[in-house]
Ligand binder design. Structure first.
Ligand SMILES: *Cc1c(COP(=O)(O)O)cnc(C)c1O
Length: 483
């Protein structure tokens, strides 16, 4: 008999108990991080597909040809949707949006070095570009050149054009941006980039699958042009683990042609081991996310996704209209997609307190600190699970009630003396003692557990200079992991 600690059922019970402390992943109440189609049986189907390829190693696609077929079918669907009808479009399946963005940047850096002799590459990024591109710039040694956005949080093509130099390896635009859900003017930016012989990546990680199928719905207003059919667009990332509702670990990076794609691949024959060709950043590679994505894509199908997109579109519009009618709240930037950033027009109504209040009632809205001209707000990712009349009415009523309670609680404040002290700290020379002081002042426990009310922590974070916040945030995480 296995002892209790090895008993399969006891282990699963323990896992289930641990999961009880997480945000729910189904039901539409968690409006960030998770994507729920609301369709029954998908998790089980995906789990079966993952189990069927358990142990397969995508590292060697010649030894496991099944991964080639699965990947070709998955990438083929993405290319059919977002390839702009260009038959030369190819792609790569990756572990997620971050890996797709990293690979797009690495490919562009190598392309610029090999075809244009660029040795100190720059990457032009609207300030609204996803953090993954800053990570890529850091990892791969590109200098980020940031470009401001207009009042609707869209970049202006003229500003991008002015930022281009002979060292620019890549220009990035979002379709849509994560923070505000708006689509940058892709045709104008791509044309400016092409005019200088520079590559242009469309980050459609979050919205590509949704917007592409919305376009197919035909009877709804067409989304702005954003895919590889737009002249000058050279690559595009689209996450399947977002609006394709597949299990986590699934994204596609499309390229205008195979010649461009090859620049991001890594080949190595100068060691005593096996000949290496890596098409992604990984070595040994699970086939589970690929098989799970493959089965879900086929199961839902084009008509299924079109219907899901239609429902998400209508729900997003209803939510945006309804939130706009709640006194003291406003939706930022006239979103093009299914992401809403809700800010406050009432100084007595703190969006972070609003988020705490909705969370206590079982709805997770994601706080986004103020940055540049973007005020503090809460982010809502609208997925199909929330897209029915009753749930939308319930959510709007919850937000209205939470706004009233947030006004009664009052805004979270930061002690000005503390803020002044923090502003004087040098992030580069901060010792453990100062880190402890700063985190305690921000309201965090020594073991890293988060307080039930996050508004004071977020208010403090928002008041810190970004370099100091970037020094302190990893310390918070380090405490969680026992550091
Ligand atoms: C989610 C997202 C990413 C990064 O994707 P991950 O899957 O979280 O790694 C990149 N860009 C945008 C616009 C996103 O929304």
């Amino acid at each position: 008999m296995p002892s209790a600690e090895h008993d399969p059922q006891a282990l699963i019970r323990r896992l289930t108990a641990l999961r009880g402390t997480d945000l729910p992943v189904h039901g539409g109440r968690t409006m960030a991080y998770v994507y729920d189609s609301g369709l029954a049986g998908l998790d089980e189907l995906a789990a079966d597909a993952a189990a069927a390829v358990a142990g397969v190693n995508g590292l060697d696609m010649t030894a496991f040809p099944s991964v080639v077929t699965l990947e070709n079918e998955v990438v083929g669907r993405a290319a059919a949707l977002l390839g702009g009808g260009r038959t030369e479009v190819v792609g790569t399946f990756t572990s997620g949006g971050t890996e797709s963005c990293l690979l797009a940047v690495l490919t562009a850096r190598e392309h610029a070095a090999r075809t244009r002799g660029v040795t100190a590459p720059e990457i032009v990024l609207p300030v609204t570009a996803h953090a993954a591109f800053h990570k890529a710039a850091r990892l791969f040694g590109l200098t980020p050149v940031t470009v401001p956005v207009d009042r609707t949080f869209r970049v202006r093509a003229a500003d991008v054009a002015a930022a281009l130099t002979e060292r620019t390896a890549l220009v990035v635009v979002s379709a849509p941006s994560y923070a505000h859900g708006v689509v940058d003017p892709v045709p104008e930016v791509a044309a400016a980039a092409a005019g200088r012989g520079v590559l242009c990546h469309v980050d459609a990680c979050i919205g590509g699958w949704y917007l592409g199928h919305l376009r197919a719905a035909g009877d709804l207003p067409a989304p702005p042009a954003f895919d590889l059919g737009v002249p000058g667009v050279t690559s595009l990332s689209v996450d399947l683990h977002k609006y394709a509702y597949t299990p986590k670990g699934a994204s596609v990076l499309l390229f205008r042609d195979a010649e461009l794609r090859r620049h991001g691949w890594f080949a190595h024959a100068s060691w005593p081991g096996y000949p290496v060709v890596n098409t992604t950043l990984q070595g040994t590679k699970s086939a589970a996310p690929l098989a799970a994505a493959w089965v879900v894509l086929h199961r839902i199908g084009t008509d299924g996704y079109t219907e899901l997109s239609r429902r998400v579109h209508l729900a997003s519009r209803q939510l945006a209209d309804g939130i706009g009618r709640i006194p003291g709240l406003t939706v930022l930037g006239s979103p093009d997609a299914s992401l809403l950033a809700v800010a406050s027009t009432d100084p007595g109504l703190d969006p972070f307190v609003l988020a705490d209040e909705t969370r206590q009632r079982g709805w997770y809205l994601q706080p986004q600190p103020a940055w540049g001209d973007s005020p503090a707000n809460v982010h809502l990712t609208v997925t199909a699970a929330v897209a029915d009349e009753q749930r939308i009415s319930l959510l709007l009523a919850e937000i209205a009630a939470a706004a009233d309670r947030a006004r009664a609680v009052g805004p979270a404040t930061v002690d000005p003396a503390l803020a002044a002290l923090a502003a004087g700290l040098d992030p580069d020379t901060l010792g453990p003692h100062e880190v402890d002081l700063a985190l305690t002042a921000a309201g965090l426990a020594p073991d890293g557990t988060m307080p039930a009310r996050m508004a004071p922590v977020l208010a403090t974070l928002q008041a810190l200079p970004p370099a100091l916040a970037e020094r302190l945030l990893p310390e918070v995480v380090s405490r969680l992991y026992g550091g």
